[in-house]
Design a protein around this ligand. Structure first.
Ligand code: SF4
Ligand code: SF4
Length: 399
């Protein structure tokens, strides 16, 4: 009797916040992003409008870029917000929250939930704003909507406290997209997808993003690396080692002649501290007799940062150029009849975790199917095979 009374009470009060997680937890986990049950990490989702992927060659005239109103989230987004148990596991793991930033993934999800529920009577009556900010519903349609719901509908989804916004822009920009919240959530809420969708609107429509990001994005557009350096500088580090580093198109015709393409990445090629890792890793490959080559400087940033900042077109541009270049560097290859994939693996080793994730997990969205391993995996493999013998003992665990 107690349980039934409780269920009836909750059913009659759809805005009873946290109470709903008892019923929504199961469907939310069932409908998680990845059908194989894995956590929604790794690749970001391509941008969609009206449930369809945006065609960047020819975007629809009425395409909606990112999310600026709560009703523009997918139904899965609304289900996510309504499912939060308020357990706080995401918040306790969040590096932004733990370093005093204004972002708490728990409060973010709760704010979106409360806003969606409070605005619901207005939306159900046909309310909503056009891109130009005009009201879609007639006065008659909105006549029976409670004043509180009308007031909620006037709040901007993204706005400061003075603007009575639901999510402060500083909250949005505090997220590192590390994924700890998604990993920890007991009901599989997919925070990052929603945060990035709101960033996409901010960047692409409002051109509103932290000033530090502006210079970086401009450099990526013009020069293909975050510091705006000339492309020939990408291979300068090869002159600082006392062995030959083969370059594709110069020392080797294409990558069929080697076992691995070493993807050095922008930081690894251009930034002093990261260059030390690059040189040390290349030296170890050389010592172990691994046949490898690097790109010749024409390659661009993989596009990881612009994508996570919400600049999807720039990611698409950089990614497509890289995929075309990589496919050419790997040479023509026969396709396997059954799998429709190249017969021989296109192997890439990466020292940069951002490049690793983007090439392995996101480039398949752009037609780039590569087998990517992290440099630590390759080093371990070489040690296991006896091709590298560690000489300095290391005590303890190192991450
Ligand atoms: S992805 Fe963002 S919100 Fe989630 S734990 Fe990392 S920094 Fe926090
Ligand atoms: S871990 Fe999930 S359920 Fe718990 S507070 Fe965070 S978003 Fe809500």
């Amino acid at each position: 009797v107690t349980s039934f009374t409780w269920m009836i009470t909750v059913s009659l009060n759809t805005n009873m916040g946290v109470a709903w997680h008892r019923f929504l937890g199961f469907p939310n986990i069932w409908f998680k992003r990845n059908a194989d049950g894995s956590t929604a990490l790794g690749a970001l989702q391509p941008m969609t409008t009206a449930g369809k992927e945006i065609d960047w060659e020819d975007p629809a005239e009425d395409a909606v870029f990112g999310v600026s109103q709560v009703e523009q989230f997918s139904w899965k987004g609304i289900l996510d917000f309504s499912t939060c148990t308020e357990c706080g596991r995401c918040q306790s793991q969040c590096p932004a929250w733990n370093t005093g930033k204004p972002l708490s993934p728990k409060l973010l999800i709760m704010s979106l939930r409360d806003h969606a529920h409070a605005k619901a009577p207005y939306l159900l009556a046909g309310g909503g704003k056009t891109m130009e900010g005009e009201e879609k519903a007639s006065e008659e349609q909105l006549a029976g909507v409670p004043a509180a719901a009308l007031a909620e509908a006037e709040r901007p989804l993204i706005g400061t406290a003075e603007e009575n916004g639901v999510i402060d822009p500083d909250v949005l920009w505090s997220c590192t997209t590390c994924g700890a919240c998604v990993e920890q959530c007991p009901v599989d809420i997919e925070h990052i997808d929603h945060i990035v969708d709101m960033r996409r609107y901010q960047v692409m429509i409002e051109s509103a993003f932290p000033s530090e990001a502006g210079t970086m994005l401009k450099n990526l557009e013009k020069k293909g690396n975050p510091w705006g350096l000339a492309k020939k500088q990408r291979v300068e580090w090869t002159k600082e080692v006392d062995f030959e580093v083969p370059i594709v198109g110069k020392d080797v015709e294409d990558l069929t002649e080697v076992d691995y393409l070493y993807w050095v990445g922008c930081a690894g090629a251009l930034e002093d501290r990261a260059k030390k890792t690059t040189k040390a890793f290349a030296e170890l490959l050389h010592m172990a007799g691994v046949k490898f080559a690097i790109m010749g400087g024409e390659e661009k940033c993989t596009g990881d940062s612009p994508r996570r900042l919400g600049n999807e077109p720039l990611f698409q541009q950089l990614g497509q150029e890289n995929v075309a270049m990589l496919n050419m560097a790997f040479g023509e290859d026969d396709e396997d009849e059954s799998t429709k994939k190249p017969k021989s693996a296109k192997k890439i080793v990466a020292t940069c975790p951002h490049c690793f994730n983007t090439i392995a997990n996101e480039y398949p969205q752009l037609g780039g199917e590569f087998e990517v391993i992290h440099h630590t995996q390759l080093l371990q493999h070489l040690i296991d095979e006896g091709k590298l013998i560690p000489v300095t003992p290391v005590d303890g665990l190192i991450t």
